[in-house]
Ligand binder design. Structure first.
Ligand code: FES
Length: 152
């Protein structure tokens, strides 16, 4: 589906900006918004491009740079923090060889921090794309990354 086709599912109303940006980003195989996406949305909604760029940079769920196939978001809100999100973050950085905000050289994984994922009962937690993983331990993290590398 082209950017135009995605956008035209919505009315040309500024209140649809976030939904449009979400759909455009989801449709991109590298999970990010291109400059052309932002311009297309701005023209369609008759908004200044600077406003659309501002929205896209304000929300952490949007990226303006290419990301990996698997976007790993580690919850850093207090309940997860208390139950070990620092250990989770350190293990992921060690296993992937990247810092938060970076993508592995093979373009497979991107590491990001997130606020509460809404699953505090299984803290510490992370999401990989749309899937939630809780009760994380270093051992479980290794298994999950191996599953993803095998394409599971
Ligand atoms: S605080 Fe981590 S999921 Fe809610």
């Amino acid at each position: 589906m082209t950017s135009q086709e995605i956008i035209q599912k919505y009315d040309s109303s500024p209140e649809n900006l976030l939904s449009i940006l979400h759909d455009l980003q989801d449709a991109n195989q590298n999970h990010y918004l291109t400059e052309k996406d932002l311009q297309t949305a701005a023209v369609y909604l008759r908004l200044p491009i600077s406003f659309v760029q501002g929205v896209a940079t304000f929300y952490t769920m949007f990226s303006l740079t290419p990301r990996g196939n698997y976007i790993i978001r580690v919850c850093e809100s207090p309940p997860c923090h208390l139950l070990g999100s620092t250990t989770v973050a350190q293990e992921l950085m060690k296993l992937l060889g990247i810092q938060f905000g970076e993508t592995t050289g093979d373009k497979m994984f991107t590491l990001e921090m997130s606020s509460c994922l809404g699953v505090c009962g299984v803290a510490p937690a992370m999401m990989i794309n749309d899937e939630v993983y809780g009760n994380l331990t270093p051992q479980r993290i290794r298994e999950i990354l191996e599953e993803k590398r095998r394409g599971a």
